[in-house]
Design a protein around this ligand. Structure first.
Ligand code: ATP
Length: 280
């Protein structure tokens, strides 16, 4: 039974501008997205018998057909026309519903893995077209580069090379509904797009573009997010921002040591999830 063990990385948004609400209810966005090496572990095996099993065993994440990884496997098995199946095991290390893109990354990883196992020979471009039918962030994880993402997040351009940075991720474990955040966001007609540098020589250049329109909704409702940002900055980060629709906050650090000291400090006496990751 051919099988693969793969890593599905998380992402943070260095920048997230909401440009307008489209008539179909989606939002037109402009984002800068960065992968980080906090990863889910995924094992995929192609089986001779038809049917797909997804085992995850994580609270808040469905096993079976409700899992986005199941849907990704279904599409590629149908395209293969072989009548075979798949057994997928996911170990979630990325916090769930946290603004870190974990589900989208799992789906992208299963698309790429099944393409290889089934020897379908689909291009990344084709996999990205399939991916966007599963979720707006899925193509980014197939693109595999720091990206400027437009449209609903699926129109991707590579960003100029950026210096390596250490990212402290802190999730206070609140439930924040992405749909509620977008519904509540007040959009103005005179939208001024955030600016970002053309050249990134230092971690400070990265931090100069940190901006997230969704903080205007999430922070007033969950002030602990602002408190985490303050604490991360106080612990020596060059910048701190909420990722996606939250509630995870990330801090950008120059060195692993600095980030790990901050991680230990922030974890002490709280139930918050905190981890240090490197930019990919
Ligand atoms: P984004 O940053 O793209 O908005 P997120 O990090 O906020 O995503 P996810 O962790 O992807 O959110 O989870 C969103 C929802 O998707 C969860 O409530 C969960 O029930 C469901 N889900 C389905 N499959 C998965 C999966 N493989 N991993 C995580 N969540 C999944």
């Amino acid at each position: 039974m051919p099988s693969l063990k793969l890593k599905a990385p998380a992402k943070v948004n260095y920048l997230l501008d909401v440009i307008r609400r489209r008539p179909d209810g989606y939002h037109e966005l402009r984002m800068i997205m960065q992968r980080v090496n906090l990863c889910d572990d995924i094992t995929i095996a192609v089986t001779e018998s038809s049917g797909i099993t997804v085992t995850c065993g994580q609270k808040g994440v469905p096993d079976g057909p409700g899992n986005i990884a199941w849907k990704a496997a279904r599409i590629l098995l149908d395209l293969s026309g072989t009548g075979r199946g798949a057994a997928i095991e996911i170990t979630k290390n990325i916090p769930v519903a946290a603004g870190l893109g974990g589900g989208s990354s799992d789906a992208a990883t299963v698309l790429m893995g099944m393409n290889q196992l089934l020897e379908l020979g689909l291009s990344d471009q084709r996999l990205m077209e399939i991916g966007v039918t599963l979720g707006a962030d899925v193509p980014f994880f197939i693109f595999k580069k720091t990206a400027l993402a437009e449209g609903i997040g699926e129109e991707l351009l590579p960003m100029p090379e950026m210096p390596k940075a250490w990212i402290l991720l802190v999730n206070p474990g609140l439930h924040v509904s992405t749909a509620w955040v977008y519904r509540t966001l007040q959009l103005t007609n005179e939208r001024v797009l955030s600016i970002f540098p053309e050249f990134f020589g230092t971690v400070e250049d990265i931090c100069s573009m940190l901006s997230n329109d969704l903080e205007s909704v999430t922070i007033p409702a969950f002030p602990v997010i602002a408190e985490i940002k303050r604490r991360i900055m106080h612990l020596g980060a060059a910048g701190a921002m909420m990722s996606g629709s939250g509630p995870t906050v990330f801090g950008v650090f120059h060195s692993r040591d600095q980030a790990e000291i901050a991680c230990r400090d922030i974890s002490a006496g709280t139930e918050w999830f905190a981890a240090v990751a490197e930019t990919l």
